[in-house]
Design a protein around this ligand. Structure first.
Ligand code: ZN
Ligand code: MN
Length: 254
């Protein structure tokens, strides 16, 4: 297997992989954000990087260092900004980081770039950063960029198998069964099963307030219960993600 981490390659080795072999480059995007008492603050960037690594290993891709800070945590999908440890960027800062890195990868000769996102709140700001870079690169940009939220690659049969009592939706799945199971698969040493709280599912009204009403959010920061998380479920999820993302990249990028 070829080395997959950009930050461990020398520049000539990286250049050859990208320019001669046409390696696809992955930019994992995440956050530094509370994930309850049982998961680490880095969960969103650890998982997006781990998914990118699984797929890169399959297709001889390269994984760039992740964008480890994300857009501001929102109460309804990440618990909100009032938790100690949650460390977020203004939208303009995140957009600028994405625009600049996409432009740099294009300059390196990267033909195919994948932004693999693991933090719900990032989506439109990643889109904007990519769009600004592509606009700057002119009418025939030398790079193709795919943006994905990795969870969109789960199929209904898999979700039915993981949530026999019904899927609460991705927004409420913060620090819950999906992320905890995937962390049990990739980083079991970072999960504290004994500390999983019994909160949730959180019941939010159909509007937002500024400043936010922190009483809407369970004090643990977990938006629906993670009690049903298992390493086995994490394994099913990772297998499905790896297969389906790799197949999609072969279809779109050849
Ligand atoms: Zn998360
Ligand atoms: Mn998040």
């Amino acid at each position: 297997m070829k080395p997959i981490h950009m930050n461990r390659l020398s520049w000539p080795d990286y250049r050859d992989r990208v320019q001669k072999e046409g390696a696809t480059v992955f930019l994992p995007c995440g956050a530094t954000e509370q994930h309850g008492p049982h998961l680490p603050l880095g969960t969103d960037h650890l998982l997006s990087a781990a998914v990118a690594e699984s797929v890169a290993a399959r297709i001889d891709g390269i994984v760039a260092p992740p964008l480890a800070y994300g857009y501001k945590s929102q109460p309804k999908c990440g618990g909100g900004q009032h938790f100690c440890g949650t460390t977020s960027l203004d939208a303009a800062t995140l957009i600028g980081q994405v625009r600049d890195t996409v432009r740099e990868f294009a300059r390196h000769g990267v033909k195919n770039l994948v932004l693999c996102n693991g933090h719900y709140e990032n989506q439109w700001f990643l889109t904007e950063g990519i769009d600004l870079a592509i606009r700057e690169l002119g009418a025939n940009p030398p790079i193709k960029v795919m943006r994905m939220e990795y969870w969109d690659f789960f199929t209904t049969p898999t979700l039915d198998r993981i949530f026999p009592e019904g899927f609460p939706g991705y927004a409420l799945e913060h620090a819950a069964v999906l992320e905890t199971s995937m962390m049990l698969h990739y980083h079991p040493d970072l999960v504290r099963l004994d500390l999983i709280p019994d909160d949730g599912p959180a019941d939010f009204p159909p509007y937002d307030l500024y400043p936010p009403n922190t009483e809407w959010v369970p004090p643990s920061g977990v938006l629906s219960s993670a009690k049903a998380a298992t390493k086995e479920k994490g394994g099913w999820m990772v297998e499905e993600l790896t297969d389906r993302i790799a197949a999609t990249l072969r279809k779109e990028f050849g």
